[in-house]
Design a protein. Structure first.
Length: 193
């Protein structure tokens, strides 16, 4: 795969490269990648995330499985006390108000029984690293047990705890996502942004 030359390559960190086979294109957002991968026309393409850029402008790429754009991941924080769980829930929502998360997400406060409560943060699986960093940078922590990942989200949905509270978080989208015809017309461009 031969990447096109881009100016200001540092601004592409966190964006995606799509390898069409005969050519590739640099600078797609995660949402744009998800839409392209849903298209029958691009089902055989390969996706790479731009992890970092070196001083000379070369990019370090990491391959991304296409399934990652279809799955949810999350982090779940458990408590045996409703007041502590409510405090953790409110603290997590306040973190998002102070500093927007890397993508759209949802926060749930759920009840399994009178001695088990959960605060769940659920987001697109492709943003796993971004959400981990975001929580670490915010200083968010809880006193109880915690788990995370794609399997944890599947278990949460399967167990279906009673939903007490929910809140939608909106990500810090600095780039506008193209969709539909606009996106499909742009795939021929070597540099998307």
């Amino acid at each position: 795969m031969r990447l096109p030359k881009v100016k200001n390559s540092g601004k592409y960190v966190g964006l995606y490269v799509f390898d069409f086979g005969e050519s590739c294109s640099v600078g797609f957002t995660a949402e744009e990648m998800a839409e392209l991968l849903e298209s029958e026309k691009f089902k055989d393409g390969n996706v790479y995330k731009i992890k970092s850029v070196r001083v000379d402008g070369t990019m370090e790429l990491v391959g991304v499985r296409r399934e990652m754009f279809e799955l949810e991941s999350g982090m779940f924080f458990y408590s045996g006390d409703i007041s502590k769980a409510m405090e953790d829930y409110k603290k997590l929502v306040a973190v998002a108000v102070k500093s927007a998360p890397p993508a759209r997400a949802k926060v749930h406060l759920g009840k399994y029984d009178d001695e088990k409560y959960v605060v769940g943060l659920i987001y697109p699986a492709e943003y796993e690293d971004g959400f981990s960093s975001w929580l670490l940078e915010s200083g968010y922590f809880t006193a109880g047990a915690a788990c995370g990942g794609i399997g944890s989200v599947e278990s949460y949905y399967k167990d279906s705890p009673e939903l007490i509270e929910r809140h939608q978080l909106f990500g810090r989208d600095s780039l506008e996502n193209r969709t539909g015809e606009e996106l499909l017309c742009s795939v021929k461009l070597a540099v998307q942004r």
